[in-house]
Design a protein around this ligand. Structure first.
Ligand code: SF4
Length: 206
């Protein structure tokens, strides 16, 4: 089972191409300035089985999934099972983690870190550092964060990351609730949310 905080079934703001994005619930890293502190608790969100998520992923037209959070490597086993199943279907896996790569491959790595690394094509490592926003590379929040091309799947992007644009997606529900995902600078985001003129859920923003 996977403790899930939120999903966006189709997004072009959370990695290459169209993706099914899964925000997992629970994170012990607790970066200053984290946009998702409501995803820190290990008791929030909802439990979803790998089979249920897989069926939902197969029902939409995407090239892969993106795992963010929350901290995916604190649910490494279940997410590695999901990632392997997704890859067997020809889809890709992108994973964001607040841990550094050396930590994930060292002796104090979280349980099943190797399994999730093995089920990930494109990895972004490192905590969010609010004082060092990254406004150049796509998808990442701060300049300390590193891309790792763990398979050939996205190797062609390695030299062209800065040519890719960041995106912010705004969704308006029938009840008027507004949700935002993707990445933008804090000032840009505040301008956008102020212009919308209504309560906005910022929970999906990295
Ligand atoms: S930015 Fe990510 S790693 Fe850092 S506290 Fe928030 S959810 Fe955890």
């Amino acid at each position: 089972m996977i403790r899930v905080a939120d999903v966006v079934p189709t997004t072009t703001a959370e990695g290459p191409g169209r993706r099914y994005a899964i925000w997992v619930q629970g994170c012990t890293i607790r970066c200053d300035g984290c946009f998702n502190p409501h995803m820190w608790s290990k008791t929030g969100g909802a439990l979803r089985s790998v089979g249920e998520l897989l069926a939902r992923i197969e029902a939409v037209d995407v090239e892969g999934i993106t795992l963010l959070g929350g901290e995916p490597f604190e649910q490494g086993h279940a997410l590695s099972v999901l990632g392997e199943a997704v890859q067997r279907r020809g889809l890709s896996v992108m994973t964001f983690t607040g841990y550094d790569y050396d930590h994930l491959t060292g002796r104090d790595a979280p349980d099943e870190a190797q399994a999730l690394l093995g089920a990930t094509d494109l990895l972004v490592t490192g905590p969010y550092v609010a004082e060092s926003p990254d406004l150049v590379r796509p998808w990442v929040g701060s300049t300390n964060q590193e891309f790792h091309f763990l398979t050939e799947r996205y190797g062609h992007l390695q030299e062209h990351l800065v040519d890719l644009r960041d995106r912010v997606e705004v969704r308006v529900a029938p009840d008027g609730a507004v949700a935002v995902n993707g990445w933008a600078g804090v000032a840009q985001l505040d301008d956008l949310l102020e212009d919308l003129g209504r309560p906005v859920g910022r929970g999906r923003v990295r």
